[in-house]
Ligand binder design. Structure first.
Ligand code: G3P
Length: 217
């Protein structure tokens, strides 16, 4: 499963990129607002840090203006992936852009039927929001299972990008189902490293090593 980080903050992206585990980045208008940075400038900077897809979202709601915005965004770098909402105009834009060889991430997906539409429109990625699904009394992971089944039934190439990930259990469940990608805030990715027995084990080894009085260097 590929790991994307869901943030527009540069330092956490650099830190995670240095682990070699980072396959891409996702941003959205809320994350850009939170960063306080200029959209074009911060997107260019992120594209220079990671080689994989960097999602940059259009903010227009009509197809024609989405295309104009995408035209500007895709010139930022070769690894820009244009993010469009799951609407009629968003999917028209998806079809047009992927037809021209531009990566597209279709966002704000909350049903398997929506995911089917996005795949038919040639989306590179579909982003079902599992956390927001859970928040509203549904099981976000049921949605991922349904999309996996449908995409496998028809051999769709669209990658399932599990988004709105809130905790490490979401990551585990997504991997068990066979999602292609998950995008999570930096904290959730850092939490994946943690285990109380790892910490305890290191503590024990360090204490015993100190008793030997030796040093490797
Ligand atoms: O990738 C989508 C994500 O940014 C939404 O997450 O936590 O605002 O639902 P959240």
């Amino acid at each position: 499963m590929k790991f994307f980080v869901d943030t527009a903050e540069i330092e956490p992206i650099r830190e995670l990129a240095a682990t070699g585990l980072l396959d891409g980045v996702t941003t959205n208008p809320s994350l850009i607002a939170k960063s306080g940075r200029d959209f074009m400038e911060v997107t260019r900077e992120i594209c220079g840090i990671v080689d994989g897809p960097v999602s940059a979202e259009v903010v227009a709601l009509d197809h024609e203006t989405m295309m104009k915005e995408a035209e500007i965004l895709r010139k930022i770098a070769e690894n820009v992936c244009i993010k469009v909402p799951l609407t009629v105009d968003g999917l028209k834009t998806c079809k047009a852009l992927t037809g021209e060889g531009t990566m597209v991430n279709v966002t704000l997906c909350f049903s398997a039927n929506q995911a089917l539409l996005a795949a038919k429109a040639g989306a590179s990625f579909i982003s079902p929001f599992v956390g927001r699904h859970d928040d509203n009394g549904f099981d976000g992971m049921d949605l991922i299972e349904d999309i996996r089944l449908i995409y496998d039934n028809y051999n769709f190439a669209t990658e399932i990008l599990v988004a709105s990930v809130r905790h490490t259990t979401h990551v585990l469940q997504a991997a068990k189902i066979g999602a292609d990608v998950m995008t999570a805030p930096p904290k959730v990715i850092h939490d994946l490293f943690k285990h109380v027995l790892t910490d305890k084990g290191i503590e024990g080894f360090m204490a015993d090593w100190a008793k030997t009085g030796q040093s490797i260097l």
